[in-house]
Design a protein around this ligand. Structure first.
Ligand SMILES: Nc1ncnc2c1ncn2[C@@H]1O[C@H](COP(=O)(O)OP(=O)(O)OP(=O)(O)O)[C@@H](O)[C@H]1O
Ligand SMILES: [Mg+2]
Length: 388
């Protein structure tokens, strides 16, 4: 029996009816080594810390008197500090079934606890790191977006500028003419001046310049409007929106920000209304179109096709490219966070996993389908909205 007691890794203590130690075993000596050997016959509750003693005593009493099994967690005093032990306490019965004490088996929970808290800490750290990367990914998309915005704003702004410059010239000439009128020039002189200054031509061009400047300003306003919609993150309330318009805006932004000459084709077989957050959906489309463009670097006649359809309860967008496609060996991994085949600094591998998350938050999904032409095809299913 004593060899059994010695070979067990748990702490074993046998006590009599008076809760005094009769025998010890298992890892008892190791656990309580620093506390000095406690004499057999001592009170078992003295093994516990002051605070744990009442609970320990009560548990033992219950076992000894009611002949019940019980489990308690108490802190023992190891001599090197307190350590939590999980105790299973079983009654000891004699041959007539009379209670003669208890057998206590203790298992240290400190180790497990420590492991748990370490696990929890590393989980927290990982989550933080992930949050960080998601933010970085957002910043990267923002960078691409800003490039597109700068390029796009440049056009209408130079348009406005050129037209106001022309208006300035016209204004100077009209001023010269009106000064002549004021100073009482003869009718003949005025006619000559009007011809020399080409005022009739200016008058005709005046309207055009005003309209041109207005057009440019309106274009700037539209761009800002688009951007505002794209960043409308705060309102996550679902709305019915035109999927085609949203897709177009998003695709336009990406194309503007890229140097690769890619043909983007919109197939508008159907005109689905989707339900959700258009700003977030734009983010998915931008990711998909960006991926397609990235894959088209070496392709002749590169083309991205955006196809819309209604399928049952879904508004569907398919983004297809005629690039190299995705090899079978990696197709299973592309939706994993951080999976990327792009060089460092080019891709973080979060585009597809974030897009999937957004699609799922909408009650839809995002899938990869092999394109019939050998390229890639991503299918985005979103819940259908109400037609206006
Ligand atoms: N249209 C596509 N054609 C070929 N491969 C693709 C296509 N779309 C995605 N992939 C593959 O899937 C991988 C993961 O795409 P994902 O958008 O998640 O990350 P990424 O584009 O590499 O980086 P990030 O989007 O964070 O900038 C890509 O690195 C690429 O290998
Ligand atoms: Mg991507």
């Amino acid at each position: 029996m004593s060899s059994v007691f010695r070979s067990v890794s748990d702490v074993l203590v046998v006590v009599d009816r008076g809760q005094r130690i009769e025998q010890t075993g298992g890892s008892f000596d190791t656990v309580f080594e620093a506390a000095g050997t406690r004499a057999l016959g001592g009170r078992v509750e003295d093994l516990a810390t002051e605070a744990s003693r009442p609970e320990f005593r009560a548990a033992l009493e219950q076992v000894i008197q009611k002949r019940d099994f019980t489990t308690v967690e108490i802190e023992v005093d190891t001599g090197q500090g307190a350590a939590p032990l999980e105790l299973s306490i079983a009654p000891r019965l004699d041959e007539r079934g009379k209670s003669v004490g208890a057998v206590i088996v203790g298992r240290p929970v400190g180790e497990l606890r420590r492991a748990y808290s370490e696990l929890e800490a590393s989980h927290r750290a990982l989550k933080e790191a992930q949050g960080h990367l998601v933010r970085n990914e957002k910043l990267a998309s923002l960078g691409r977006l800003v490039a597109g915005v700068a390029h796009e704003l440049n056009n209408p702004i130079s348009f406005v500028y050129a037209n106001t410059h022309a208006l300035e010239k016209y204004a100077t000439r009209f001023e010269t003419y009106f000064d002549a009128v004021q100073s009482g020039a003869t009718r003949q002189d005025l006619v000559a001046l009007r011809r020399d200054l080409k005022l009739d031509r200016d008058l005709k061009n005046l309207r055009e310049a005003i309209n041109g400047a207005k057009d440019g300003a309106e274009r700037v306003r539209d761009i800002v409007e688009d951007l505002r919609r794209l960043s409308a993150e705060g309102t996550s309330e679902a709305v019915d929106f035109d999927l085609v318009t949203t897709t177009r805006t998003a695709a336009d932004w990406v194309v503007r920000g890229t140097k690769t000459p890619v043909k983007v084709v919109f197939c508008e077989g159907a005109h689905p209304i989707a339900r959700g957050n258009p700003g977030h959906v734009q983010q998915i489309v931008m990711n998909l179109v960006q991926n397609a463009i990235d894959a088209l670097g070496e392709t002749e006649n590169p083309q991205v096709t955006l196809h819309h359809e209604i399928d049952g309860a879904h508004a569907v967008l398919r983004v297809t490219d005629n690039g190299p496609g995705i090899p079978e060996t990696i197709a299973g991994s592309i939706f994993d966070p951080f999976f990327t085949t792009k060089p460092v600094g080019k891709g973080t591998g979060l585009g597809l996993s974030i897009s999937t998350k957004i699609a799922q938050e909408h009650g839809g999904d995002l899938r990869y389908e092999k394109s019939a032409e050998g390229g890639s095809c991503f299918r985005l299913n979103l819940p259908k909205g109400k037609d206006r």
